[in-house]
Write a protein that binds this ligand. Structure first.
Ligand code: MG
Length: 210
């Protein structure tokens, strides 16, 4: 398949709609195990990104440059917590696909694997820490495996998304040992991690664009 720069921008704009709609739900989830701001944070970040896409990037068709600007815009608006993590994802994804105005299967594999690894390297969380890595690591590992087997990206994405969902759902039973919810210990058990949830929603939204 081929993803054009216009489709990439449409995907990012779909994320702004997604996080407007999910703002309250994600905050409610975060109230159970953290400080209750996750939905607001994601919404603030993607509202800023929307501005950037519609103004600064209106005539830009280099996907790596779009991704860099999206990451910077998200970081400027959010600053702490998830800001540097997603910014790392957008920046590392961009480095993997330099000077490309459209992405074929190879580019899509490279982008998404680098995106997730960028977050993993920045955050240093492991599987089972009840963070977004519980969603992102099974996703990119599944993609990397499929890439090596020569599978088409469309097929590989569906399988990887199912792995991501399973990882996200697994956070429900985990006692938190990372981030702000650490102090809640066993009280965090029984609730999906909001960061793992938003990461899954972000990936799930991409399926409409492939
Ligand atoms: Mg929070």
């Amino acid at each position: 398949m081929t993803l054009t720069s216009a489709s990439f921008k449409s995907y990012i704009l779909a994320l702004t709609t997604l996080f407007e709609e999910k703002k309250d739900e994600l905050c409610e989830l975060d109230r159970k195990i953290g400080d209750g701001d996750h939905g607001v944070t994601m919404n603030i970040g993607y509202q800023a990104v929307k501005e950037t896409i519609q103004n600064e990037l209106a005539t830009q068709d280099d996907i790596s440059k779009i991704s860099v600007a999206v990451g910077k815009s998200f970081l400027d608006a959010v600053g702490s917590s998830v800001g540097p993590l997603y910014a790392s994802g957008y920046l590392k994804g961009a480095v993997a696909i330099k000077n490309k105005t459209e992405l074929n299967d190879e580019g899509l594999y490279q982008y998404w694997i680098a995106f997730c690894k960028g977050i993993k390297d920045r955050g240093k969380a492991e599987i089972g820490d009840k963070t977004m890595i519980d969603t992102l690591e099974p996703f990119y590992k599944s993609l990397a495996h499929a890439q090596q087997s020569g599978e088409s990206f469309v097929d590989a994405f569906q399988v990887a998304l199912a792995e991501a969902k399973q990882g996200m759902e697994s956070t429900k039973d985990i006692v938190s040992n990372k981030g702000r919810s650490k102090r809640l210990g066993y009280r965090s058990q029984g609730h999906v991690d909001p960061g793992a949830m938003s990461a899954y929603l972000m990936l799930d939204t991409f399926k409409s664009f492939i």
